[in-house]
Design a protein. Structure first.
Length: 281
């Protein structure tokens, strides 16, 4: 299916969690001088307008990045994240929101490389246009990211951060992410893998989280953020989760500091909550 367009959801609460965690992981990875690859299996369009087009139809960003943009009491790590978003905007107006590849581009060094996959033809075209000035540092493929990931591992520099965040429009995606992680760990056990998933009232979500813990990863972190209680009719996304394999040892403490703030700042009702668990030897 090629109906999903992330522009409808750009800058929402799920993007905030996903991209904040991504920023933390990449900033930590940058502490070593050795180059690495950033691999994005479902890259989207790269950059999203918040003042026109798809994003304004539901204006989900108003319940996400806008609340942080307007805050004056941000914890230091979240202030760094908002500062990154400000780099994509002029003056004080929030008109653009970066997708995960653009978040990564803001942090990658000259020696690092990006490998981006996007199957949707329209978004793939926008992605190529956005990253055309980057030249050889960025390789973009219009193909299925699950299949493309196999060809990228292990990466030549033997260091990589991989983001896997399919739209989950098809139930098969829940199984495919598990298969992709299993295969990736066999090919490249020392990579850092970030998996995003939606919190929905569906059996597939519960099964996914169970299977993630059974992958057998030695080092992992699991964080979730819900901004409201699940709907009585069972429909809609009330939050999202991030499962990180081989996370930075600093990440748990950062999230202990910031998840309570995000829960309070983004909450729509008393059902907002967060969870955080990890095992980092």
């Amino acid at each position: 299916m090629l109906s999903y367009r992330h522009a409808f959801h750009a800058g929402n609460h799920a993007d905030v969690l996903k991209h904040f965690v991504l920023q933390q992981v990449l900033s930590y990875t940058n502490q070593k001088d050795k180059p690495y690859w950033y691999i994005d299996t479902h890259a989207g369009a790269g950059m999203y307008a918040l003042d026109r087009g798809y994003a304004v139809q539901n204006a989900e960003f108003e319940q996400g990045i806008v609340r942080l943009w307007q805050a004056n009491d941000l914890p230091a790590p979240l202030q760094e994240f908002v500062d990154l978003i400000r780099q994509c905007n002029s003056a004080q107006a929030l008109k653009h929101y970066p997708g995960s590849p653009s978040v990564a581009q803001a942090l990658l060094r000259a020696s690092d490389r990006m490998r981006l996959f996007e199957l949707h033809p329209s978004d793939a075209k926008l992605l190529r246009q956005h990253f055309k000035p980057a030249g050889r540092q960025v390789l973009i493929e219009q193909e299925d990211g699950f299949a493309g990931l196999k060809a990228m591992l292990p990466p030549p520099p033997r260091r990589a951060v991989v983001l896997i965040d399919p739209p989950y429009e098809e139930k098969h995606d829940y199984q495919r992410v598990i298969e992709a992680l299993k295969d990736s760990l066999q090919r490249f056990a020392t990579g850092t893998y970030l998996l995003w998933y939606p919190l929905l009232q569906r059996a597939e979500v519960d099964l996914l989280t169970d299977r993630l813990h059974k992958l057998g990863a030695v080092s992992w972190l699991h964080a979730t953020l819900s901004i409201h209680a699940p709907a009585e009719d069972g429909f809609g996304m009330h939050g999202s989760g991030m499962f990180v394999i081989n996370p930075p040892w600093t990440l748990p403490e950062t999230l202990k500091q910031t998840l309570p703030y995000l829960k309070d700042k983004l909450a729509l009702d008393a059902g907002a909550q967060y969870t955080l668990e990890h095992h980092i030897p």
